[in-house]
Design a protein around this ligand. Sequence first.
Ligand code: S3P
Length: 185
Amino acid sequence: MEQTNIEKIVKAIKGRSIFLIGMMGCGKSQTGLKLAELLKYKYIDLDSLIEKLAKKSITQIFNDEGEDNFRELEKNCLKETIKIPSLVISTGGGIVTKMENWGILRQGIIVWIDLDKNIAIERLKNEIANRPLLQGKNLNDLYMNIFQSREKLYSKADLRIQVKKENIEQVAKKIINAIDKEIFN
Ligand code: S3P
């Protein structure tokens, strides 16, 4: 997509932020960074922001304070992001589980990165270290249980981007095309 077209889209969305949602391992962080670069938006990774404010890792927060407290921190950090316009925000996979979060997410454009499950599970095999919800014997079962409990919630996004083997840049461009289609068609 040409730069002038991207600028047209950015103008049309009038500073609305873009929230990336989806399961762990679907590529929200890397895609978000690329998307922000293409749109000339600022970028926030919500998990990194939580870690910075809490001064400990996500795993430490889960271990010391439990998931409910983590969700409170997550909600409070999400609330902060809406004060700033023109952001791409990569959220943690569980952001959709708290109903209060939807009021905030709805102020932006919500994009679900729906990565093929087998690819996601394969990728997560090497990335479970800082993912407390994936600690256990059977990654496949853990992933599928979480996915099934959230699928309906993810599908409430404004846009669903199905991803298989596309690279980060291709996914970011798919998102821009989908926004374009949504606005101008
Ligand atoms: C979680 C996903 C993680 C992180 C936390 C909980 C979830 O973020 O917020 O471990 O509930 O799915 P990623 O989706 O970036 O892995």
